[in-house]
Design a protein around this ligand. Structure first.
Ligand SMILES: Nc1ncnc2c1ncn2[C@@H]1O[C@H](COP(=O)(O)OP(=O)(O)OP(=O)(O)O)[C@@H](O)[C@H]1O
Length: 257
């Protein structure tokens, strides 16, 4: 089954057409990285799939039209981690993560023991539990990012959509994030993440390359055709090489073939 799919997805922002009719199927149980040049439409695509901005065309979530889900049912199935989110600076980190449980709570019931357990587990998974009593605004960029990741994980949604989730994370916490995503996918979940670092993006199962608001390529990260497509989408200014059992994209040197 597809976790997410869209046909003829078009988005205009202001008077600019940003996405020009995207057809896409993202199977459940896989991690898809989204990459491409600046301004290609990666953030816009993720927001449109999360129904965070108006779009033309059809979007399906878990086999049903996205519009057929109630906002609450949808929010239980699709968790969102945005880029450089502002707001909630005075909220304690633990309360920020508890926001991820809102789709599971009754209006008057407050947090249940299950909500508390989900918050604690998500904060322990992202190693942010120690800051639970600190205001979000007092945390460093990387600490804050780990709290926001915990909020997304606390939803326990089958689909995780993440826009630049690694910004501000140091290498050990980038590795932790990779492990979290792998576990999510091994349990049958689906992850979609915009990543600028191509070496990290190539650790996903599949790579979706966007260029000028269109899909330039969608294929398995280990497929040489995907590597050639990475090089093409960045105007042959990078080369994909195998290094220590992984794929990395290095700037192309003069004289490279
Ligand atoms: N509110 C807006 N009004 C008009 N144009 C916008 C708006 N937001 C984004 N755009 C334009 O839409 C295009 C796609 O933006 P988007 O943020 O989706 O790209 P991106 O691929 O995520 O870029 P980056 O790699 O730089 O983060 C860009 O040309 C951008 O300038």
């Amino acid at each position: 089954m597809n976790a997410l799919a869209c046909t003829g997805l078009r988005v205009a922002l202001g008077d600019r057409a940003v996405l020009h009719g995207i057809d896409l199927a993202l199977p459940a149980g896989r991690w898809t990285a989204v990459a491409g040049p600046n301004g290609a439409g990666k953030t816009t695509l993720l927001k449109a799939l999360a129904q965070l901005l108006p779009a033309e065309g059809a979007i399906e979530l878990l086999g049903r039209p996205a519009s057929a889900w109630s906002p609450r049912e949808r929010a239980r199935r699709l968790a969102w981690l945005g880029q450089a989110e502002a707001g909630a600076e005075d909220l304690l980190a633990q309360d920020v993560v508890m926001l991820g449980r809102l789709p599971h709570q009754d209006w008057l019931g407050g947090a249940s023991a299950e909500d508390e357990a989900a918050v604690r587990a998500a904060m322990e998974e992202t190693q942010s539990w120690d800051w639970r009593a600190r205001p979000l605004g007092s945390l460093s960029g990387g600490e804050r990012q780990r709290v926001l990741l915990a909020r997304a994980l606390a939803v326990r949604a089958p689909i995780l959509l993440m826009d630049e989730p690694l910004s501000h994370l140091d290498p050990p916490h980038q590795a932790d994030w990779l492990a979290i995503v792998r576990r999510h996918v091994e349990r049958g979940g689906t992850a979609v993440s915009v990543l600028h670092e191509i070496g990290l993006a190539l650790q996903a199962d599949d790579l979706l390359l966007l260029r000028d608001g269109r899909v330039a390529h969608h294929g398995a990260c280990g497929d040489p055709a995907t590597h050639r497509a990475v090089e093409a989408v960045f105007d042959q200014r990078v080369r994909v090489h195998p290094v220590a059992g992984r794929w990395v994209a290095l700037p192309r040197e003069e004289g490279d073939s």
